[in-house]
Design a protein around this ligand. Sequence first.
Ligand code: NAD
Ligand code: DAU
Length: 355
Amino acid sequence: MTILVTGAAGFIGSNFVLDWLKTSSETVINLDKLTYAGNRHNLVTIQDDPRHTLVQGDIGDQTLVPQLLATHRPRAILNFAAESHVDRSIHGPGEFIQTNIVGTFHLLEAARDYWMQLEDAEKANFRFLHVSTDEVYGTLTASDAPFTEQNRYEPNSPYSSSKAASDHLVRAWHHTYGLPVLTTNCSNNYGPYHFPEKLIPLTITNALAGKPVPIYGDGLQVRDWLYVGDHCSGIRRVLEAGTIGETYNIGGWNEQTNISIVQKICALLDERRPRADGTSYATQITHVKDRPGHDRRYAIDARKIEQQLGWRPAETFETGIRKTVDWYLENAEWVTQVQSGAYRDWVNKQYGETV
Ligand code: NAD
Ligand code: DAU
């Protein structure tokens, strides 16, 4: 048996494939465009594993994707591929529309053609699992209840609106054509292989490099953090037992302000690798200009996946963040490799002289 996983040279997709191959004999075809966020080095431990094949290509490629499906005959497609960074979507939304909306549309069409031609048993077992985000629900006030699957879609950024559009396409391909789809909407992930443009890896890598640690605005925005391995186990559970056509929110009941997250990371680094001058990494925290249209609070109500599918996260924030900080301390070479010239260009564009 085979699964086709898209975007699995990125942060969550590579964690998913690495975890998958620890417990499954099913082969994985990994279709990834290898954008700035896609990295072969994330997959170095499985580069000689015959169960994994990395194919460089676009989910919107109307020749390549049908060929891959016809050749490998996967029993499921898991779509992780996306442009994923909110700040980049503000500077340049075009790629987000292209991959997240148009790309998902072409992938759905290829999946539909393939699925229609399957024998009855294979057709009944086939799944298209779309990996999405809690950001499609918009923003919460401090007193609002966490997002349930019934919340209205109210996306606020070019990124979240493109993901919302892709979720609607997936929903429509089920209702109109019968494609057996599943959608997951997860909160903020953190863990190994997280590209250092996002808050947690940026904090760790800038702190260690002696650079300012940038906090947007007052730093009191709230995110609901989940260790990436727990997101991956949630996706596996939904693939295995989710009801076709349903959506599942995935989250760890772990709301924290950005400033609190950054202070915790600085305290851990103080313990693990104290600064030479004996002062705390927290002295490097620098408040910078806020993100335009910055969503104030996200929070996930995870009761549906917990009660219906029996999923629970294995990590607390305390255990997950320790693992994450240790991973970055032990993988300095990976950090150097991803902080290429293009990465520097991004930092200059986003933070100017401040960082
Ligand atoms: P990422 O940016 O680290 O990785 C995205 C991957 O997709 C990269 O490997 C990239 O090369 C690939 N890709 C981009 N465009 C492509 C295309 N047109 N065709 C094929 N491959 C393409 O993203 P991530 O953080 O790993 O997120 C993965 C998915 O999970 C995304 O769909 C994202 O919306 C969703 N998600 C992310 C989070 C989070 O906290 N990071 C939370 C919830 C949901
Ligand atoms: O909620 C799920 C989403 O989480 C995913 O869908 C996205 O793909 C993922 O990137 C993430 O989006 P966020 O915008 O929440 O993540 P980011 O790490 O960019 O920022 C987290 C918070 O930290 C947010 O409130 C902005 C703030 N921030 C971020 C950066 C990069 C800072 O204060 N300073 C920074 O330099």
